[in-house]
Design a protein around this ligand. Structure first.
Ligand code: SF4
Ligand code: SF4
Length: 101
């Protein structure tokens, strides 16, 4: 019979195995179904990289030497809003997607 510590470790192992599968799914081109996109207030941003760390699609790059320091790969961003939720300065706002504008 497993003790509590072993049960937790087994759950963690299963979680790690699922990670690459989710990553493969997220890495596809988003297409036209995204309904919101993140908009960064670069004057408030402190370039901490928290948004990049939490983005499940791994599409954010922090460029500390540039004024527009948060670079998002729009073709792959899912519009999930996790970056906006996790930003400690609350400088990411989810705005309505406007295709072709
Ligand atoms: S909205 Fe989601 S997918 Fe897009 S940059 Fe933010 S965390 Fe990444
Ligand atoms: S989490 Fe917020 S403050 Fe940090 S780099 Fe991203 S947008 Fe800037």
């Amino acid at each position: 019979m497993l003790n509590q510590q072993e049960t937790v470790m087994n759950k963690q192992k299963r979680f790690k195995i699922q990670g690459p599968c989710a990553y493969e799914f997220d890495s596809g081109n988003t297409g036209s179904w995204r309904i919101e996109r993140p908009q960064v207030d670069f004057e408030t941003c402190v370039k901490c990289g928290t948004c990049a760390t939490y983005c499940p699609a791994n599409v954010i790059t922090i460029e500390k030497d540039k004024e527009i320091c948060v670079d998002i790969m729009w073709d792959y961003c899912k519009g999930c809003g996790i970056c906006a939720n996790e930003c400690p300065k609350q400088c990411i706002t989810m705005v309505e997607e406007r295709c072709g504008k």
